[in-house]
Design a protein. Structure first.
Length: 139
């Protein structure tokens, strides 16, 4: 990512010089045509326009944070890393607010539990459903 951002910055500086605008010394990744920060309302408006044109229904710019947290969790990212990426002071807040149950996550969790808990009945990886058996409940 660092290499990408360095390349992007070099391209942006070159473009500014071509437009006759001296590049700024700040490290903005996204800037408007004169190198100043993009106004948040402009970003929100442009995002809403793109979403509407794509026919995606009601998707807010802020929803991208929820998507990021949920997908990062699904891919195995550590909650602390996700929390720090979102700028939160508390992992609990991040997990309570942004990590939504994604299809398949509960099944994956049950499969993990099945690997470590005794079942009394051998099962193959292709079998699905609850892994608790009467033989376990009677112990």
């Amino acid at each position: 990512m660092a290499l990408f951002l360095k390349g992007y910055r070099a391209e942006r500086e070159s473009l500014y010089w071509q437009l006759g605008v001296p590049p700024t010394l700040d490290d903005l990744v996204f800037a408007n045509h004169d190198g100043k920060p993009i106004d948040p309302s402009t970003l929100t408006h442009n995002f809403a326009t793109i979403v509407r044109q794509a026919g995606l229904g009601r998707v807010r710019f802020h929803d991208l944070r929820h998507t990021f947290a949920s997908l990062a969790l699904l891919r195995g990212a550590k909650p602390k890393v996700i929390s720090e990426a979102l700028g939160h002071a508390s992992v609990a807040f991040t997990m309570d607010t942004y990590s939504h149950i994604i299809s398949g996550m509960q099944e994956d969790m049950m499969a993990l539990l099945d690997e470590v808990l005794p079942s009394g009945v051998p099962r193959t990886s292709k079998q699905r459903g609850p892994r608790w058996h009467a033989s376990v409940a009677q112990r």
